[in-house]
Structure formats: structure tokens, C-alpha cells
Design a protein around this ligand. Structure first.
Ligand SMILES: *[C@@H]1O[C@H](CO)[C@@H](O)[C@H](O)[C@H]1NC(C)=O
Ligand SMILES: [Ca+2]
Ligand SMILES: [Ca+2]
Length: 217
């Protein structure tokens, strides 16, 4: 399911979008229609299942272009963090964001079956085709395998503290040649703990971490 949380914004006009995003309700054959709006010349890494993605994605209803999700204005315009391909976002985004480079922009037209289904959700009506404009800001290796868990768990107490997660992320970003400053890691870690530390005890247990463990990872 899409983690809408508090960041749902109701029917804001799509007027500030660079191009009209609405399209006729077209036959999508149950698949995501992908249009590449921008592709950087250099592509250091293509997103794949299990990667940690940082992206903006704005959502519109295909039938009239009204905007129902505003990643750029919600939460002070912070881009979203999610692990790709494991159901943290709707299926159509999990599918449509595969193979993207950092900096790439896509327009994804997603049939209701891969979006909010027969019931719809909030401002999204039943059986609605939706359009997302996605901009991927960064792609990094997601901390999602038990092997990664073992490497992160420096004191081997079978749980991950914020310090341990930070150490891991720093190494990953440094390996990728893109070291970041502390506030960057703090924000990322806050978001990771918000989404994973279900019992809010300040550490991510193996069980909490396992939510995203997937056979293919
Ligand atoms: C949504 O689609 C399903 C399957 O085609 C159909 O049974 C249902 O009546 C539709 N719902 C609405 C509100 O149109
Ligand atoms: Ca630990
Ligand atoms: Ca916990």
C-alpha cells in the first residue's frame, strides 16, 4: 500500500506542473505506461529491486489531471524514501521506477489494478487510472538483506541502533563516491526508523527489519 500518512493533499490544481499530465482514460492492458521525460547523460546506477530510493513523485488523476499527492510540497518538500520493489509504494510505482538513473524523470500512467484498485483511496475514486510524475534523486543499496543486517549490527545484539544504521549508510554513500553531511544522514535515519521501528523503542529488531526481507533479495 502507498504510505499516504498525513501527506495526502486534496485536489490541488495541477497548474504548476510543467506539462499537462492528464490523458484520456486509455486502455493500459493492466500495465504501467512509462514515458521518460528526462534522462541524464551519465547514469551511475540503475534502480533495481531492494534499492533504497530517494524520489519525488506527484500524483494526478488521469481523467482530469487533478493532483492528489504532492511530494514536492508536503513535509516541507522532503523527497520520499522507500525501498523499491517490496510493496512500500503502490505496485505501479514499484514497477515503473525500476531501472531509473539518479536524476531521471518519468511520467507513469498506472491502471487502477496497480494503484488504488476497485475501492480507491481518499481522493482517488474507485477504478481510477492515476499518473505519477517521478523524479529519482538517488539510488543506493537498500539495507534489506540479512547479510546487510549482520554487517550493520556492529555489536551483534541482533538489533540496529541509529548509530549502527548511520555507520552503514555513510559507508554506502562513501563507496558510491557521494559522501553527505550529517543532517542528510539524520533525516534519512529518522525516516528509516519512522517506517521500520514499529514498536518505537529506538532500535530496529531483526523482526522489524525482516518485514522487507524478500526471497529475491
Ligand atoms: C470497478 O471495477 C470493477 C471490476 O471491473 C467493477 O466490478 C466495479 O463495479 C467498478 N466500480 C465502480 C465504482 O465503477
Ligand atoms: Ca546492534
Ligand atoms: Ca524496535
Amino acid at each position: 500500500m502507498c504510505k499516504f500518512r498525513e501527506s495526502m493533499c486534496l485536489f490541488v490544481s495541477a497548474g504548476f506542473s510543467l506539462r499537462p499530465v492528464w490523458a484520456a482514460e486509455e486502455e493500459l492492458d493492466g500495465e504501467v505506461k512509462t514515458e521518460v521525460l528526462f534522462k541524464p547523460e551519465q547514469c551511475s546506477q540503475r534502480s533495481k529491486r531492494g534499492d533504497l530510493i530517494n524520489a519525488h513523485y506527484d500524483g494526478y488523476l488521469a481523467k482530469d489531471g487533478s493532483q492528489f499527492y504532492c511530494s514536492r510540497t508536503d513535509r516541507d518538500g522532503q523527497p520520499q524514501w522507500f525501498v523499491l520493489g517490496v510493496g512500500q509504494v503502490i505496485k505501479g510505482l514499484d514497477d515503473g521506477i525500476m531501472g531509473m538513473c539518479p536524476g531521471e524523470k518519468r511520467k507513469l500512467t498506472i491502471p487502477s489494478t496497480l494503484a488504488f484498485g476497485e475501492k480507491g483511496k481518499g481522493p482517488v475514486p474507485p477504478n481510477a487510472t492515476v499518473v505519477f510524475e517521478v523524479e529519482v534523486l538517488s539510488v543506493s543499496k537498500g539495507p534489506r538483506t540479512m547479510e546487510a543486517f549482520g554487517r550493520m549490527d556492529l555489536d551483534k545484539d541482533k538489533s540496529l541502533s541509529k548509530a549502527e544504521v548511520k555507520e552503514y549508510l555513510k559507508l554506502e554513500y562513501e563507496k558510491g563516491g557521494k559522501p553527505r553531511d550529517d543532517p542528510f544522514y539524520e533525516k534519512l535515519i529518522d525516516d528509516i526508523f519512522y517506517k521500520n521501528d514499529d514498536d518505537r523503542d529506538g532500535v530496529i529488531s531483526a523482526k522489524e527489519y525482516n518485514i522487507y526481507q524478500h526471497d529475491e533479495l
